[in-house]
Design a binder for this molecule. Structure first.
Ligand SMILES: Cc1ncc(COP(=O)(O)O)c(C=O)c1O
Length: 378
């Protein structure tokens, strides 16, 4: 064990310090106004996000999981409906499908992008299919052109899970502005993160936006008049005030993440002949011009556990996102009919390792991570 300075997966304190005064002032303002719920910061943040993403409506909510749940409810999905999604994602994506009583149908991933393989989706569509949830995993956009064409052909909804992709784009459209609705998470470690939980729904469909506003507020469009059973799912003023200070920096944060990812790729490319697979710096050209935002930098190696140990011995964090694909998680297999195998997702789950990545990461720390990876794998 060395006494080197630890390198974390993400350094939230360093980011806070770069805009400390702005954040502290924004929090103090909320405390002074004592308007803690559904105030001016929430309203302004919603319109700033709508402008940034290029959508007509942005509806804030309590977290990214609720955003997915609210989207499925507002689109009217329920028991008997099937929703196609990826098995290589955080459990929240499938949990939301289960919350409304619908059935998740898992389609395997593309082994290079780690995203839902759009070319396999059509064969999974049945009479019961109502929606597709593409997850822009690790910040790399999915093949939205192919998915949108399938959705149009089969009259399906597209609910984008943008929890890891805030600011990413395909051609001239930001993720969250492509499908029927985009679901965002502001969990602290996300590319745009608050200091607690937070979420957002984005859409260009006014009717859907109105429904989402009703569902997030106890099923009421007018106070104490309840038309449906809804939820209490609000972003609070404190989080909105913090997010408003961070939003103007998101393009810089994402550019800096790309800087780190590019530096990793440049230094680790030489390991390719050892069977290491590095993440793509951009999606295949056939999928349009897709701009990634590197929420995670995830490589594949057969020596995953040894590499994790070697990094840990040098005080360098690493993480396995995700060790078990969703179609093999007990919570999911207990509530759905036998699923078809997803061999690429299964293999990826056994070999994946995410390295530290955050906008403020120094070149010397990047070098230290790369030297350790190279020493461990060669
Ligand atoms: C892909 C994905 N979807 C949904 C979520 C849920 O977001 P939240 O933690 O804000 O509920 C996450 C969060 O980790 C996620 O990574």
């Amino acid at each position: 064990m060395t006494t080197a300075t630890p390198i974390p997966m993400v350094d939230l304190r360093e980011q806070y310090l770069t805009i400390k005064q702005d954040i502290d002032d924004a929090i103090a303002d909320v405390l002074n106004t004592t308007q803690f719920i559904m105030g001016q910061n929430v309203r302004s943040f919603e319109s700033e996000v709508a402008d940034y993403l290029g959508v007509s409506d942005a509806i804030s909510c309590a977290n990214g999981t609720d955003a997915l749940h609210l989207a499925l409810r507002a689109l009217g999905l329920g028991p008997g409906d099937e929703v196609i999604t990826t098995p290589f994602t955080f459990i929240a994506t499938a949990e939301a499908i289960a919350y409304v009583g619908a059935t998740p149908v898992f389609v395997d991933i593309d082994p290079l992008t780690y995203n839902l393989d759009a070319t396999l989706v059509e064969q999974a569509i049945t009479k019961k299919t109502r929606a597709i949830i593409p997850v822009h995993i690790f910040g790399l956009p999915c093949d939205m052109h192919t998915l949108q064409a399938l959705a149009d052909k089969h009259s399906l909804h597209i609910i984008e899970d943008c929890a890891q992709s805030f600011g990413a784009a395909v051609d001239d459209k930001k993720t969250g502005a492509i499908g029927d609705v985009g679901c965002h998470s502001f969990f602290p470690s996300k590319n745009l993160g608050c200091f607690g939980d937070g979420g957002m729904l984005t859409t260009n469909n006014k009717e859907l936006a109105d429904k989402l506003r009703v569902y997030r507020a106890h099923g009421s469009a007018k106070q104490y008049h309840h038309s449906v059973i809804g939820y209490n799912s609000r972003l609070d003023e404190m989080q909105a005030a913090i997010l408003r200070q961070k939003l103007p920096h998101i393009d810089t944060y994402n550019r800096e993440r790309l800087r780190v990812a590019s530096a990793y790729c440049e230094q680790l490319e030489q390991l390719n002949h050892l069977g290491i697979q590095l993440p793509l710096l951009e999606a295949p050209a056939s999928q349009g011009k897709a701009i990634p935002v590197f929420h995670q930098f995830t490589l594949l190696t057969d020596k995953r556990d040894a590499l994790k140990e070697a990094l840990s011995a040098q005080q360098i964090a690493s993480a396995v996102y995700y060790p078990i694909p969703l179609h093999q998680q007990k919570a999911i297999t207990d509530c759905m009919p036998a699923s078809t195998p997803c061999p690429h997702a299964e293999k990826t789950a056994l070999r994946c390792l995410s390295l530290p990545i955050y906008p403020e990461m120094s070149q010397s720390n990047i070098d230290r991570v790369c030297d350790t990876v190279k020493a461990a794998l060669t």
